[in-house]
Design a protein around this ligand. Sequence first.
Ligand code: SF4
Ligand code: SF4
Length: 405
Amino acid sequence: MQTRFPEQVRASGEGAAVERIVRKCVHCGFCNVTCPTFQVRRDELDGPRGRIYQIKHAIETASVPASLRTHLDRCLTCRACETTCPAGVEYGRVLDFGRELAERAAPRGTGERLLRRALRWALPHRRRFATLLGLGRWVKPLLPATVRRSIPRSRPAGPWPSTRQPRRMLLLAGCVQDALEPRINAAAARVLDRLGITLESVAGAGCCGAISHHLTATDEAAAFMRRNVDAWWPQVQAGAEAIVVTASGCAVQVKDYGRLLAHDPAYAERAAKISALARDLAQVLAAEDATGVAPAPGAPRRIAFQSPCTLQHGQRLGGVVEGLLRRAGFELAPLADGHLCCGAAGTYALLQRELSDELRTRKLASLAAAAPQLIATANIGCLVHLQAAAPVPVRHWIELLDPLA
Ligand code: SF4
Ligand code: SF4
C-alpha cells in the first residue's frame, strides 16, 4: 500500500514503524476471511483491511471522522488477521496507533467515558475487584439472569505447595483471574511442584496492564508494567528462571513489555529482559518432561478446547495445550472455526454486547457440536464469557491436570 505519512508522524518512532507496516499490505483481503467482525457484519469497514485503510487515511489527511472510532471499537484485537496475512502485516500495532489517534481527536461522550473509567477503576485492582465480586455474589439471587450467569460461584483454591524445589519460577498473580478463580494459579503451582519447580507470587506485582492498554489509557498501562518490572527484578537477579503467566491474555502483554517500554530509558533494558523471561504456562509444561502429569482425579475425559486468540494468534501457541491434554489421556472434540474469537476480548464483552453475544453463540455451537463433557480454555476472560451461556462446565485447562482436584 502506498503511503504519504506527514513528516511529524514519521518523526515519532512509532509513527515511522506504523508506516512501514502499512506499506507491507498488498490489499489482498485474505485477512477479512478470518476476521470475526467482518464475518458477522459483512462490511469492509469492519474488517482488518478496511480498518488499516481508515487509519492510514486519517493519518495522511489529519482528519479523524467519528466513524473511525466506531469501527476500531468493534475490533476485538484478536489478531486472527495477523495469523492469516501472507505479507506479515502487524495489524495490532497499526490498531493501537489508530486508537490513540481517534481518542485524542474526538473525545467520547460522558456515559462512555464514565463506563470506561469505572472499568479501569475496578478491574485491574485485585482487592477492589474482589470486594465488588463478593458484593455481587451476596446479591446474586436479586440480579437479572444474564448478570447472574456471569458471576461464577466461589471455589476454594486449595493448598499452595510448601515444598522448596531446586528450580524457581515467578508467577504473574494478576488481578481479575485471582479474584474470580483463585484455583487456577494454585493448580498451576501444584502441577509445577510435581515437576520439581516452585512457583512464587511476588508481593508488589499485580495487573499486567492489558486492561488499561486496551482501553487506550496508555500512561496507566505503562505504570502497571513498570510496577511489575520493579517487583520482579530483584527475583530475576536472584536467579528466577521464568515469569509464568496462566492467563494467555496477560502473557501476550508481558511478552510485549520490552517493546511497550522501549522509549523509557529507565526501564527499557529491564523490560526487555522481563519479556524474554515471560512464558505462557503451556510453554512451561511443553518444555518439561511431563510424562508424570496425569488427568485430575474425576476429571471428565471427553472435552473440547477453546484456544483463546491471545494463545493461538497473540503468542502463536496454537496446538500446544491440545498436545499436552492429548498426551495426558484426554479425548479432544474436533472444532469447526477454531481460529475465530469467542467474543470475550477483555472488556469487549462489556462494551460491545451485541457483537460479543453473537460471537459467543457461534463459538458455543461449534464447541458443543460433539457433546463434550467439559470445555477447557486458557484465559479467564474467555472462561467467564463462555461459562455464562455454556451447556457444560468451563475450566482452565491446568485444572484438568491438578493432582488435588
Ligand atoms: S484483530 Fe480480530 S477483529 Fe480486529 S481486524 Fe483483526 S481479525 Fe478482525
Ligand atoms: S491479508 Fe495482509 S496484505 Fe492482505 S489485505 Fe489483509 S493486511 Fe493487507
